[in-house]
Ligand binder design. Structure first.
Ligand code: PEP
Ligand code: MN
Length: 342
């Protein structure tokens, strides 16, 4: 349910509505829009009396949210969600480019890559320190050492960091280093992890599971939002199909559909979606043309030596070309790619 406040309602009136919702045993989530405030009511709503709210000062009307993902839906929050990471705005008119290696492999590899992607125009540096590998015998990441290397690159190149968190107990530790917490495809329905990132105030990039529907992705986002963390990005990274020429099938449909269903920013990952470097730039262009708010791309100075995901990693000069092409598509879509902050 949504309690729509009048455009001129006061802070005291909004506060009284929030307190009443709590008293009736449900969870209030106020959404402060430019024109008016609405209070989304989720959780235990059986004791909520619409008549009682209609009588309260400042209340205009009550509506119900038909989608099962209440807080993630556009019905509860018609305006796009926009939030800041470093000096960049995500979800607004600007297109944000995140780039870096699949895994942090060494100090020199990460610093070299960070330098190259920043030069090419990337805003946010990606790099996995704790890796969710399909085989226990594959490289599992450098762990804490990887986080320390990421922190050094962050300082040296003034780039916010995105890195993956795999378990609920690691959330606090990863949040000490990362500007954005990534939840990987394999953990999209790790509900303990979703609860844990919902309790902190740090942006989260939530990747769609390779076998999950868009609705399941939005329900997972709902876990995070209902915990009180509203800074969530949805990431389309490809789903499994019968097709063998690509590692996954990039579900481009998800971009416009998620934008319609939800107010949350949508980021495309053409690296994992295709699994091959020669398809990454075309699909990055397509994602921006379809309305994505940004891309996350794997880049490695020597992809043939990469310890993970080499075949889908772009060399720095090819990544620079991707940025040039994305800028042109962004312009056609009346959007801009900001210059990286020095
Ligand atoms: C990654 O970003 O390197 C990764 C493991 O992605 P995904 O969870 O989408 O497979
Ligand atoms: Mn990867």
């Amino acid at each position: 349910m949504i309690i729509v406040m009048k455009p001129n309602s006061t802070a005291a009136e909004i506060g009284a509505v929030i307190a009443s919702v709590q008293k009736m045993g449900a969870s209030p989530h106020p959404i402060y829009g430019e024109e008016r405030t609405v209070v989304a009511v989720v959780g235990e709503t059986r004791r909520i009396s619409p008549q009682a709210f209609m009588k309260m000062p400042g209340v205009e009307r009550l509506t119900t949210i038909s989608a099962p993902f209440k807080l993630a839906s556009r019905e509860s929050h018609p305006d796009d969600t926009v939030f800041q990471v470093g000096g960049y705005r995500i979800g607004g008119p600007e297109i944000i480019i995140m780039a870096g290696p699949c895994s942090v492999e060494s100090r020199s590899q990460l610093l070299e890559t960070a330098h190259a992607v920043k030069e090419a125009g990337a805003h946010i540096l990606r790099g996995g320190a704790f890796k969710p590998r399909s085989s226990p015998y594959s490289f599992q990441g450098l762990g804490l050492k990887g986080l320390e290397i990421l922190a050094e690159a962050r300082e040296t190149y003034n780039m916010p960091i995105i890195t993956e968190v795999m378990t609920p107990d690691a959330v606090a530790m990863i949040a000490e280093y990362a500007d954005i917490l990534q939840i990987g495809a394999r953990n999209m329905q790790n509900f303990g992890l979703l609860h844990a990132v919902g309790r902190i105030q740090r942006p989260v990039l939530l990747k769609r599971g390779m076998m999950n529907s868009m609705e399941e992705l939005l329900m997972s986002a709902e876990y995070i939002l209902s915990g009180g963390n509203y800074q969530v990005m949805l990431c389309e990274r490809g789903i499994r199909t019968f097709e063998k020429y690509t590692r996954n099938t990039f579900d481009l449909n998800a971009v416009p559909i998620l934008k319609q269903l939800s107010h949350l920013p949508v980021i495309a990952d053409p690296s994992h979606a295709t699994g091959r470097w020669d398809a990454v730039t075309p699909m990055a262009r397509a994602a921006i043309a379809a309305g994505a708010d940004g891309v996350i791309v794997e880049v490695h100075p020597r992809p043939e030596e990469a310890l993970s995901d080499g075949p889908q990693s772009l060399k720095p000069e090819r990544f620079a070309e991707l940025v040039r092409q994305v800028k042109r598509i962004a312009q056609a879509m009346d959007r801009t790619v900001p210059e990286p902050i020095e």
